[in-house]
Write a protein that binds this ligand. Structure first.
Ligand SMILES: [Zn+2]
Length: 74
């Protein structure tokens, strides 16, 4: 069994409230200059199970901020 955990988005995490592994939902917490901070929530009880920072080319969502093009000074 290939060990791929950590190479991509976790789909299940252990939830202490449910006392078992549960599917998680990703929620965007913060948009940082260096990336985006996501929080994992238990899909059963909505407990916070962890956080993850997505940065650079690993961004799973397209940037929502307008791209500022330099050189418009006249
Ligand atoms: Zn739970």
């Amino acid at each position: 069994m290939p060990e791929q955990f950590g190479a991509f988005t976790a789909s299940e995490l252990y939830c202490p409230n449910c006392r078992q592994s549960q599917p998680v939902r990703e929620r965007l917490l913060l948009v940082l200059p260096s990336g985006e901070l996501y929080e994992y929530l238990c899909s059963q009880c909505a407990a916070s199970l962890g956080k993850r920072t997505v940065s650079g080319p690993n961004l799973s969502t397209p940037p929502r901020r307008p791209v500022r093009i330099p050189g418009k000074l006249s």
